[in-house]
Design a protein around this ligand. Structure first.
Ligand code: PLP
Length: 392
């Protein structure tokens, strides 16, 4: 293996050479069921014909011009995303961290207009917002901070899913926004109580704060609606998207509405690659494909079935602390560290993820067949049962 790569990942000794739908094939010819989708990216599975056709066609026409010029596909994708979300404007970038950076800059600009020089954004414990300096500072995980002090200032941290903790900050005149994930992903698949986002929306309205939702993982159908906040019938002021938007082609987006609309003007923000014709052609194909095949309705239904299957097959096993999730975002929390299960699942032919040390996270593709779903449930359940026996 090449040692010319920075050692930023403890990589597993497997290399995939080909994918097809919910399956991946490695260099030795072994086949795997993909239970992680490249961390919520390849929702439409691998080598989806509609996506590869769109990318091929675009590459033969025009890959890149510049945001100095009009880009038709970028405008079309903005129209589509605004139509689906009720938001008003979009800015396209290349990753989730960049989408959140945009959100943070919008909050700072908003503060600036209000004459607040020490702007603060409320963020949550256990959150994840990215690896750039501002987004890692917003992230609620010391492991992400370690070694990178001093952090970017201007974040006020409170416990997740706790309205009282946010209300307690209402007299702080420096606060201008809340940044929150509708379901915490990296933090271990934590679904807040019903009404949480709606209550945050009310607090933001009362205090003229921006509600900024990080839907980088939960957005584009992952939880069974286009955007997870739609379960609560609310609309954010800023919405961060990325991951599944390009099904593997890097693209992020920051959408705004209400008070945040028009906040950024020429000279405030920019990007060389963001929203180029290739990325937007992929984004448009993803959105159209999800729509045409009603994938998201299926995720809502099949997600509940998936959760029920795990609850049934793992019923009565002490090692299992909790099984939770929404749509195709599933967390199985065990009572001890279980990182070793990732390699063991690979041996058995499944890609899974363990986050926060003790929580198995599944983010499967939307295109799994019933049989593939059952295989995934069986492999993961068997692993947990074996783990329970050998570690008790
Ligand atoms: C993945 C993720 C990010 C960071 O996205 P990158 O594309 O890796 O920069 C930010 N927020 C959430 C909720 C995520 O899941």
């Amino acid at each position: 293996m090449s040692n010319h790569l920075m050692n930023t990942y403890a990589r597993l000794p497997v290399s995939f050479v080909k994918g097809q739908g919910a399956l991946l094939h490695d260099s030795e010819g072994k086949t795997y069921i993909d239970g992680i989708s490249g961390i919520a990216v390849c929702s439409l599975g691998h080598a989806h014909p509609a996506i590869s056709d769109a990318i091929c066609a675009q590459s033969q026409t025009l890959l890149h011009t510049s945001n100095l010029y009009q880009i038709d596909k970028q405008q079309q994708l903005a129209d589509k995303l605004c139509e689906l979300s009720g938001m008003e404007q979009a800015f396209f970038c290349n990753s989730g961290a960049e989408a959140n950076e945009t959100a943070i800059k919008i909050a700072r600009k908003y503060a600036n207009q209000k004459g607040i020089s020490n702007a603060k954004i409320i963020v949550m414990e256990n959150s994840f917002h990215g690896r750039t300096m501002a987004t890692l500072s917003a992230t609620g995980n010391e492991k992400v901070h370690d070694g990178f002090y001093p952090l970017v200032q201007g974040f006020e941290r409170v416990p997740f899913d706790n309205i009282a903790a946010v209300e307690a900050l209402q007299n702080d005149q420096d606060i201008v926004a809340i940044l929150v994930e509708p379901v915490q992903g990296e933090g271990g698949v934590h679904v807040p109580k019903e009404g949480y986002l709606k209550a945050l929306r009310d607090i933001c309205d009362r205090n003229e704060w921006l509600l900024m939702l990080d839907e980088i993982q939960t957005g584009i159908g992952r939880t069974g609606k286009w955007f997870a906040h739609q379960y609560e019938g609310i609309k954010p002021d800023v919405l961060s998207l990325a991951k599944a938007l390009g099904n593997g082609v890097p693209i992020g987006a920051s959408l705004v509405s209400g008070r945040a609309t028009g906040m950024l003007v020429p000279g405030n923000h920019g990007t060389t690659f963001g929203g180029n014709p290739l990325a937007c052609a992929a984004g448009l194909a993803v959105v159209e494909t999800l729509e045409v095949h009603n994938h998201i309705e299926h995720v809502a239904i099949k997600g509940e079935q998936l959760l029920a299957k795990f609850k049934q097959s793992l019923d009565g096993i002490d090692t299992v602390v909790d099984i939770r999730g929404k749509g195709f975002m599933v967390g199985i929390q065990l009572n001890k560290p279980c990182g070793e299960l990732v390699a063991k699942a690979l041996e058995k032919g499944a890609l899974i993820n363990v986050t926060r040390g003790d929580t198995i996270r599944l983010l499967p593709t939307f295109v799994m067949t019933q049989e593939q779903t059952d295989t995934l449930v069986t492999i993961v359940s068997d692993l947990v049962k074996e783990f329970a026996q050998t570690n008790s």
